[in-house]
Every structure is written in structure tokens, then in C-alpha cells.
Design a binder for this molecule. Structure first.
Ligand code: SF4
Length: 370
């Protein structure tokens, strides 16, 4: 298959691993930002092929995982209303709220619909003028342009029964939060290629310079990731801290300017709580004043749904910051499984706990049976 098999070629991967082994002279700790990269790393066993001493930590780049519990509870409250059709990408339906998830709302009669695009939610609104249609707008910079387009079109077409429940997050402030922590172990980042396809990578330049940390924009196939790791390690071994672009077939320095302009029109930068991590300043997007009419949190009274504590034994917040690994959670593979998740990192297709459960099958350090 063109553009897939080429990036999974085992011979080329072997050459890349040999180059990494020749390069490394001491231990280094890297973090891949994106949950999609985490799944590729665990699925293909990339971390286990690296020289001992080279450690990959799994970062916060799983949008489902970092959507705060309060926002999930608000989604559930909205979806439970008889006058609402609640539209969402499918991976949000199993994310546990405080007491239940969206799938259980659907099972008990709530009108919860899986859509594959926010524009599909707009069509639902047009077809159901007697209902309020709410779309759950989550994700990083990658999904923001599509969600912005839906709101833009709703205003232009004058669709009055459409709103969005927004929980967008931004990558650069999260990297700064990780790097600013006294517990930070990360010495280099594999940045998420798809985020940079939209945003470019210029905004990473001051972060690399300030924290003296290499940042390599990296794709998602095994050879992309191995090459990204090689470029990070080469910088570290040579004492450099620069932004490099491994994903040149997709990413440019300036990114997608029309998409950025649309996002800047519809959204504004806001503080955002990250599930298990806490609030990070200027790390989210909310609707700008010009589009406030489309904000579900303004149209509906959700004041009864406030911040809630996470399940005590779930350490997903520490995992998302690279401070713990999934199999170090005492609930992993026992009380917490994809069928019965305690935390979002076990249910999301980009969650680190789900990756370990699916591909590595360890529980408490022991081989687990499924
Ligand atoms: S295994 Fe489950 S309980 Fe443990 S950190 Fe992951 S999601 Fe949370």
C-alpha cells in the first residue's frame, strides 16, 4: 500500500535502529506527545527495541483523556435532556463521568448520536428544528478547524438550534507545563505531526530555546517515529536544542494559514482544566464573543454540574505527564479494563493505558491474559 508499507519496512527500521544504537552513549528520556504515536510505539514494540537507557514517556496528547471530568458530566447532563440531541465522536461515549457515561445515557433513552464530522451535527440540527442539537467539540488543534467551520456555517446559515460544548486544548502550553514541573524527566519531545500540519511549528521555537529541549515534529508510522527518535537523540548527544521537522511530507513551518484564520475567528484562547492534571493557563480554546450564541454552556443552565474529584486510584494524570507508566497503576488490567474503565486513558483509542492493555498485556508487571 503506497504511503503505508513504505513506512513500516522492517529492513529500513533495522537500519534506523542500528543508527540509533551507534549514536547513543548515555541514558536519555524522550516523550512522544501524541496518543496516536503512543499506540504505534507500543503496538510495534518500538520502545522495547531501543538501546537500554533510552526511555520513552507517554505524553498528554490524547484529547479524550484530557477532557475534564466536569465537561464529561456536563455532556451527560445535556444528553439526558429530552429536548436535546447530543452529537459526539464515538470515542467520547465510553469515557467515564462521575456516575455514568454517554453510552449509558443513550441506553436509557437519551438521544445520543455518533457523528463523524461536526458538519454532520449541523445536518442533524437542520433536520430537527424542534430539538436543540449540541455537538461535543473536543480535541487539540487538529480538530479545531473542523469544529470552527461548523460554528461558522451555523451562524452563516442562521441555524438557531445548534450549539457546541467546547473542550479544546492546545499542545504548546501543555509542553511548557510539563517542562516547568520540578519533577520533569523529559529531555526531548516528539511533537505531534498532525497538530503541526495545522499550526506549523514556529510556536515551538521559543519553547525549545527557553527550556533547552530538542523538539522534533514527528509522524505516526514506525519509520517516522524511529527517525524522530534518532533526530532527538542526535541533538541530545551533540548538545543542541532545536526544532526539527521529521514529518516534512505533511508539515510546513507556517502550517495551514486558512485553517488558523478560521480558528482565530471562531475561538479565543482560554484557561483550560486538563483531566487529572489541573488547569493550565492559556491552554484551551473557547468560543469568541462573536460566536457566544453557539456556546451550549451559555444556552443551557449547567451550574449544578461543577468540578468533581477523580477516582482515587486512577493515576492517569501522572501518566499523561510522564511521571508514571500505565502498568504501574494498581487498577490496571484488574479493576480497570477497556470494558470497565476507571479512567479515560483506558477507554480512548489514543489512551496510554488502552495501548498497554491491548498490545503489551501486562498487569502489575505480570503477563496478563485477556
Ligand atoms: S489503568 Fe485505569 S485506573 Fe489506572 S491510570 Fe489507567 S485509566 Fe486510570
Amino acid at each position: 500500500m503506497k504511503f503505508i508499507d513504505e513506512y513500516r519496512d522492517p529492513v529500513a527500521a533495522g537500519h534506523c535502529l542500528d543508527a540509533i544504537r551507534r549514536l547513543v552513549t548515555r541514558p536519555w528520556t524522550l516523550m512522544e506527545v501524541c496518543g496516536g504515536q503512543t499506540h504505534a510505539i507500543v503496538r510495534f514494540g518500538i520502545d522495547e527495541m531501543l538501546p537500554s537507557g533510552v526511555t520513552l514517556l507517554h505524553g498528554p496528547g490524547c484529547p479524550v483523556c484530557v477532557t475534564p471530568l466536569e465537561k464529561i458530566d456536563r455532556a451527560i447532563a445535556l444528553a439526558s435532556r429530552p429536548d436535546v440531541i447530543f452529537c459526539s465522536f464515538g470515542d467520547m461515549l465510553r469515557v467515564p463521568g462521575t456516575d455514568r457515561d454517554l453510552l449509558s445515557v443513550k441506553a436509557s433513552g437519551g438521544d445520543v448520536r455518533i457523528v463523524y464530522s461536526p458538519l454532520d451535527a449541523l445536518k442533524v440540527a437542520t433536520a430537527n428544528p424542534d430539538k436543540q442539537v449540541v455537538f461535543f467539540a473536543v480535541g487539540f488543534e487538529t480538530t479545531a478547524p473542523g469544529n470552527a467551520m461548523a460554528v461558522f456555517q451555523a451562524r452563516r446559515a442562521g441555524i438557531p438550534n445548534f450549539t457546541v460544548l467546547v473542550s479544546h486544548v492546545l499542545v504548546p502550553p501543555a509542553l511548557e507545563a510539563i517542562l516547568g514541573s520540578p519533577k520533569c524527566r523529559v529531555q526531548a519531545f516528539l511533537a505531534a505531526g498532525h497538530v503541526c500540519a495545522v499550526m506549523g511549528y514556529a510556536e515551538y521555537l521559543p519553547i525549545a530555546a527557553k527550556y533547552k529541549v530538542p523538539i522534533v515534529v514527528t509522524g505516526f508510522e514506525p519509520l517516522d517515529i524511529l527517525q524522530g527518535i534518532y533526530l532527538c537523540l542526535k541533538q541530545l548527544e551533540e548538545g543542541r536544542a532545536e526544532v526539527e521537522n521529521q514529518y516534512t511530507r505533511v508539515v510546513s513551518k507556517q502550517g495551514n494559514r486558512p485553517a488558523q484564520a478560521l480558528v482565530a475567528d471562531v475561538f479565543t484562547v482560554v484557561p483550560r482544566a486538563w483531566r487529572g492534571i489541573g488547569e493550565i493557563p492559556r491552554s484551551g480554546l473557547g468560543l469568541s464573543d462573536a460566536y457566544a450564541d453557539f456556546d451550549a454552556e451559555q444556552r443551557f443552565d449547567l451550574s449544578a454540574v461543577g468540578p468533581r474529584p477523580e477516582p482515587a486510584e486512577c493515576i492517569a494524570g501522572l501518566i499523561l505527564q510522564g511521571l508514571r507508566m500505565p502498568h504501574e497503576c494498581t487498577a490496571f488490567g484488574g479493576r480497570c479494563t477497556p470494558e470497565h474503565p476507571l479512567g479515560a486513558t483506558m477507554v480512548s483509542s489514543e489512551g496510554a493505558c488502552a495501548a498497554y492493555f491491548r498490545h503489551r498485556r501486562v498487569a502489575g508487571g505480570q503477563a496478563a491474559t485477556l
